[in-house]
Design a protein around this ligand. Structure first.
Ligand SMILES: *[C@@H]1O[C@H](CO)[C@@H](O)[C@H](O)[C@H]1NC(C)=O
Ligand SMILES: *[C@@H]1O[C@H](CO)[C@@H](O)[C@H](O)[C@H]1NC(C)=O
Ligand SMILES: *[C@@H]1O[C@H](CO)[C@@H](O)[C@H](O)[C@H]1NC(C)=O
Length: 357
């Protein structure tokens, strides 16, 4: 079986192969290219795409730089699956049936720059899967069934410039993972199940910074909750996010703004018996009521206004009273002088001294 797959001969010769095993061996050595694949020795490129392959051909030329394995039926990768091609720079495994990748599947690919895993059946990715790829520049895991990306996945992703994860089942993305992609230029996130609650605030803030620095991305369209379904995450105002109450892991996933123990205590529900309060749906984005401190501020302003008004009124009354009093006393003092100069005015004086009852 392996002999049949390893020769550079057209399909119709296969029947004779078992009888000619020694000839086949010689042909294989001379050819240096796996059966079914097309090799371009000058480019060190091997094209095994669309050949109905179920596994990685075992006899790849060791100097291969580009390997096309897309459009086949490869369903799993064992550990060190590419140990025979350590120089590989571009590996395309798109449109296969991969559902399992052994943790060390890409081990030994020190020079790999482009890894394409689009259109497979991956549900999850081991956190250390790409750690053996220090030169990785472009990673395409779009069109799979991935519902979670571990934060440690990007531990060595400072050289990554393209990350494509569109058309999966992601509900959120860990901020630690985002922070690890410090050289990223292109990001594809469309068509996932983004759950636009407080857990996605980290993504929103990171994306704003990413765009500000000139990054290019598609869009994050919320799939839930109903309030935000179909809305663009970047167009939902910040004010509508409340900090996540619990679990504490969410608080810890905010390296940019670590919370003091006191703040954490404030954000956490006071008693552990309140299990319902810890329900993640609790932190869903809602057009929230006016925050308590704003209300308090309003009340303070109103009280201050009322007090100020009363004070002003009292001052006005005091002024009027003072003025009237001053006017009356002044009149009394003037009266005797007027009497001596103009005795004719005694009548008036008498009227003032004895006002009519
Ligand atoms: C995927 O590969 C199959 C062969 O395995 C091919 O028939 C099909 O056209 C490919 N799909 C795409 C979208 O390239
Ligand atoms: C991966 O392969 C698909 C289909 O072959 C292609 O459309 C896509 O651009 C590739 N991704 C990268 C990052 O090159
Ligand atoms: C990124 O690439 C540079 C050179 O291209 C390399 O020296 C460095 O080790 C790479 N980063 C990581 C995390 O491996």
């Amino acid at each position: 079986m392996s002999l049949r797959e390893n020769v550079c001969l057209p399909h119709w010769v296969r029947g004779e192969l078992l009888l000619l095993s020694s000839v086949v061996f010689l042909l294989r050595v001379a050819c240096g290219c796996p059966e079914k694949c097309h090799c371009q020795p000058t480019l060190n490129s091997v094209d095994c795409s669309c050949r109905g392959l179920a596994e990685i051909p075992p006899d790849l030329p060791p100097q291969t730089l580009t390997l096309h394995l897309q459009d086949n039926q490869i369903h799993q990768l064992s550990a060190s699956a590419f140990r025979s091609v350590p120089q590989l720079m571009t590996l395309n495994l798109g449109n296969n049936s991969l559902s399992i990748l052994a943790p060390g599947a890409f081990h030994g690919l020190q020079h790999l720059r482009v890894l394409n895993l689009t259109q497979n059946s991956l549900h999850s990715l081991e956190s250390g899967l790409f750690h053996s790829l220090p030169q990785l520049r472009e990673l395409d895991v779009s069109s799979n069934n991935i519902n979670h990306l571990p934060a440690a996945l990007g531990e060595r992703w400072e050289n990554l410039t393209l990350f494509a994860v569109q058309q999966n089942q992601l509900q959120q993305l860990d901020r630690v993972l985002l922070e690890s992609m410090s050289s990223l230029k292109l990001l594809f996130l469309k068509d996932n199940l983004w759950k636009c609650n407080c857990h996605l605030l980290g993504l929103k803030l990171w994306l704003e910074k990413f765009l500000y620095k000139g990054g290019v991305m598609d869009s994050v369209i919320c799939a839930s909750p109903d309030t935000w379904k179909g809305k663009d995450l970047l167009k939902i105002p910040h004010e509508l996010y409340q900090p996540c109450l619990s679990p504490s892991a969410d608080l810890e996933s905010w390296p940019g703004q670590p919370l003091s123990p006191a703040q954490q205590a404030v954000l956490r529900p006071p008693k552990s018996h309140s299990v319902e309060e810890q329900d993640p749906s609790d932190c869903e984005l809602k057009p929230k009521p006016r925050p308590a401190n704003l209300r308090r501020a309003l009340v303070t302003v109103i009280i201050a206004g009322v007090l100020c008004g009363i004070l002003c009124l009292m001052m006005l009354v005091a002024t009027i009273y003072g003025c009237t009093y001053a006017a009356i006393t002044a009149h009394y003092r003037e009266a005797p002088v007027a009497q001596t100069i103009e005795p004719a005015k005694t009548e008036e004086k008498e009227l003032l001294d004895n006002p009519p009852a």
